[in-house]
Design a protein around this ligand. Structure first.
Ligand code: FAD
Ligand code: SF4
Length: 471
């Protein structure tokens, strides 16, 4: 049997150049590369790849359209299920989802589904105009709180079903973490805004600078304001801290503040944008997820000489995407693994100078297979850093939970829902995304949004049938 062709590599900016700019690292396939990669797909009659996609993108069908050079139609096929294909093609962990199930992956060479998704959606954005769509109105009215991937998905799916949807977003711009967290060099903001605009062409109204819980409450949306249902997709934007000595020294940031200043407020374009950011010579980022990698890579681009990841477990346990760890190391980010910070040390003026770490070893795997870090007594040492970024996770902002009587929450502040319908205990109130799961992924928030949209549609249609005057 002839050997199968390998995956077509993604061209990327040279690490020496890219650490001097915020342009996209992955350059994207050209037409020839997309056709070559698509040609490897077997169009399996029983496609396993689909099983790995939380929003059920018709993968073989769109890849077939790419093979036929029908790139715009391929993008439309993806959009039947996924309103944010150019975003997902860039940041979804496909290696743990659709690509993990692709039959060609058995020999380590799955189809690069995300790269093809990106190619088709970029082609459509660059070559065709998004038309306003007119969809027959059902009479249903839905409020969506938050414009991250979860909120945008609910809004798009409900608008396609004919409901009038309004998104309330507390920031001045829509997109959630896609805008304020993930850096430009991984996800250009023009691309996020083009996908937000697509959702608006479905008839969705967007109200920015509108914080639910301050401006109006969930009860008022359902009562006075006449919405039939509300979806809460307010994410997990509250940073977690380590609660160790010295965390309030000058030079210690939460990853949220560091990334919001850099990305949303464009500190990397200072003074063109009036957002200062202080990045010293040696930056220590605590944590090893995608957020930590983003912060460490931003620090180098903002002028740091050295950027360290300080993490209490080992390489195999790092939660960030493998591809992003590789990118970070290529750019010069140094990994200090099996190290746990125990205190930050400052100078007499209250500025950070060092972090004290305790070396760790891992326990044997527990019943769930997880290995816990254990301190090695007497192994304390210090690393010179003048900036620290704490990236050890985020929790939901409590404002909605505190202003919505009867909304059930866990001790972590996440909202409790029925996982099959995404309904909360309050009739007409649904929730999904990071505010339910805790900090997770773009596609899991979108999957929850799809499920919620289906339930909200059924809820509204049943309500309308009940309220219809009998003949
Ligand atoms: P969010 O994206 O957090 O959006 C919630 C929105 O609600 C925000 O815009 C917020 O302003 C708004 N809001 C909050 N409260 C209110 C209120 N009271 N009223 C009105 N609006 C409100 N995932 C991946 O799959 N791949 C990655 O590579 C990846 N990288 C990441 C990098 C960083 C730096 C971060 C922080 C996260 C990353 N993630 C990644 C995780 C992913 O972005 C999130 O899981 C996802 O965005 C969650 O979507 P969401 O819709 O639930 O919430
Ligand atoms: Fe193509 Fe792989 Fe899906 Fe088969 S499993 S249809 S080869 S992407």
């Amino acid at each position: 049997m002839a050997a199968r062709k390998p995956q077509v590599e993604m061209p990327r900016q040279d690490p020496k150049n890219r650490i001097k700019n915020f342009d996209e690292v992955a350059i994207g396939y050209d037409e020839q590369m997309a056709l070559e990669e698509a040609s490897r797909c077997l169009n399996c009659p029983n496609p396993q790849c689909k099983k790995g996609c939380p929003v059920e993108v018709p993968i073989p069908e769109f890849i077939k359209l790419v093979k036929e050079k029908k790139f715009g139609e391929a993008a439309q096929k993806i959009k039947e299920k996924n309103a944010l294909p150019a975003v997902c093609g860039r940041v979804c962990p496909q290696e743990n989802q659709c690509q993990k199930f692709c039959v060609l992956g058995i020999r380590g060479n799955p189809i690069a589904i995300g790269r093809l998704e990106r190619y088709a959606s970029d082609w459509e954005r660059n070559n065709s105009k998004i038309e306003e769509q007119t969809i027959p109105y059902t009479g249903g009215k839905v409020a969506v709180v938050g414009s991250g991937p979860g909120g945008l998905t609910v809004a798009a799916d409900l608008a396609k079903r004919g409901h009038k949807v309004t998104i309330f977003e507390s920031l001045h711009i829509a997109g959630g973490v896609l805008m304020y967290g993930i850096p430009q060099f991984r996800l250009p903001k023009e691309i996020v805004q083009a996908e937000v605009q697509y959702v608006q062409t479905l008839g969705v109204e967007l109200r920015v600078d509108s914080t639910i819980g301050l401006l109006t409450t969930i009860d008022e949306l359902l009562g006075l304001e006449g919405y039939d249902a509300v979806f809460i997709g307010s994410g997990a934007g509250l940073p977690n801290f380590m609660l160790i000595p010295g965390e309030n020294l000058k030079g210690v940031y939460s990853a949220n503040e560091f990334l919001i200043r850099t990305n949303l407020m464009k500190a990397y374009k200072f003074p063109e944008y009036d957002t200062p950011i202080r990045v010293g010579k040696n930056v220590g980022v605590i944590g090893a997820g995608n957020v930590a990698m983003d912060a460490a890579r931003c620090a180098l681009r903002l002028g740091a000489d050295r950027s360290y990841i300080i993490y209490r477990r080992g390489r195999d346990e790092m939660p960030a995407r493998h591809e992003e760890i590789e990118n970070a190391e290529e750019e010069g980010v140094e990994l200090h693994l099996l190290n746990n910070p125990s205190r930050f040390i400052g100078n007499a003026r209250g500025f950070l100078e060092r972090v004290e770490c305790v070396q760790q070893k891992l326990s044997e795997p527990d019943r769930s297979g997880r290995r816990s870090p254990m301190p090695i007594p007497g192994s304390e040492y210090t690393i010179d850093i003048d900036t620290a970024v704490i990236a050890i996770g985020q929790s939901p902002n409590p404002i909605i939970q505190q202003t919505t009587p009867g909304l059930k929450t866990t001790r972590h502040g996440t909202i409790v829902v029925n996982e099959e319908t995404m309904a909360t205990d309050i009739p007409g109130v649904y929730a999904g995304g990071d505010v339910v799961s805790g900090a997770a992924t773009v596609i899991s928030a979108m999957g929850a949004g799809k499920l919620a949209a289906k339930s909200i549609h059924e809820y509204i249609m049943a309500k309308k049938t009940r309220n219809k005057p009998s003949a």
